[in-house]
Unconditional design. Structure first.
Length: 187
């Protein structure tokens, strides 16, 4: 998990170190799967009927992949309270929105709050099912070959046993294994 401490001044909604300010610790996760090639997060805060201008949160080491989750902190001015909506958009290198989501919480002046925002991740078709469902590396049934080993009756496979192609040894004569061969006469 990466942590970004940011100080934002969003049209008077957010403040840095103001007396009675509220801290909102925002965790941005992706489920299911992942989001790749994220250069920054764009954050928009709405409180008391006012929506602040979006602020971009640069991500160190960008472009990054979520997971791991990204975390940042918002400080709301002490005069702010009530229902607060925080929207987070993941942006690529061209600043196009890859995916976005929002969360809402009830702010009280001077409080510390946690908000988890889950962005819709993408499960790669090349996942090979290593980390579990929903992708499986097995061949889909429509590409599998069905073989009916029984009488050709046109019915469903009947699980008849195919003939054994390995010859069974004749065990009527048991070889004498008690005699040790003389290995001194090797040419």
């Amino acid at each position: 998990m990466r942590f970004h401490a940011i100080t934002l001044a969003l049209a008077g909604l957010l403040a840095s170190g103001c007396k009675g300010s509220s801290a909102i610790f925002v965790t941005v996760a992706a489920e299911p799967g992942m989001i790749q090639a994220i250069e920054r997060l764009r954050v928009t805060v709405t409180n008391g009927g006012q929506t602040a201008d979006p602020v971009d949160v640069p991500l160190s080491g960008s472009p990054v992949t979520i997971p791991p989750a990204q975390t940042f902190t918002l400080l709301l001015a002490g005069s702010r309270s009530g229902s607060t909506t925080i929207e987070v958009a993941a942006l690529d290198l061209t600043r196009e929105t890859l995916v976005k989501n929002k969360g809402t919480l009830d702010v009280k002046p001077g409080g510390n709050l946690n908000l988890r925002i889950v962005l819709a991740g993408v499960v790669s078709a090349t996942d090979l099912g290593i980390d579990g469902p929903p992708v499986d590396a097995a061949v889909p049934p429509d590409q599998a070959v069905q073989v009916d080993a029984g009488v050709p009756d046109g019915g469903a496979p009947d699980l008849a046993i195919a003939p054994d192609l390995v010859a069974t040894p004749d065990l009527k004569e048991v070889p004498d294994l008690t005699e040790t061969p003389d290995l001194t006469e090797i040419d």
